[in-house]
Ligand binder design. Sequence first.
Ligand SMILES: [Zn+2]
Length: 122
Amino acid sequence: MKCHCESGQAFSACCGKYLSGMAAPDATSLMKSRYTAYVLENERYLRETWHPDTRPERIEFEAGIKWLGLSVKRSGTIDSEQATVEFVARFRIRGKGQRLHEKSRFVRVDGRWLYLDGEIFD
Ligand SMILES: [Zn+2]
């Protein structure tokens, strides 16, 4: 099975590793694995990789959403513990194609990259 994040790699050699517990080596890998977790509706992983300061109590998945793909636009390193990743995720809901364009901020805590927050563009 090819990975949902469109790396072209097998799921087990790509985001599957991180979903089963391996620490993502950089913010971009974490971001891709979180996209994959949205596709799989893996709430546990999304919460584990969300910074405790901003982590929601519950993650609601939109009923009937179909994720169509992911493009990473650019990634930026602020320092060894902080990074940004700008991406576009495409999805369809109620028959309508849409895109989410976001620049996410990630921080590394105890060797693990975590999602902090994001700026959404129209
Ligand atoms: Zn992947």
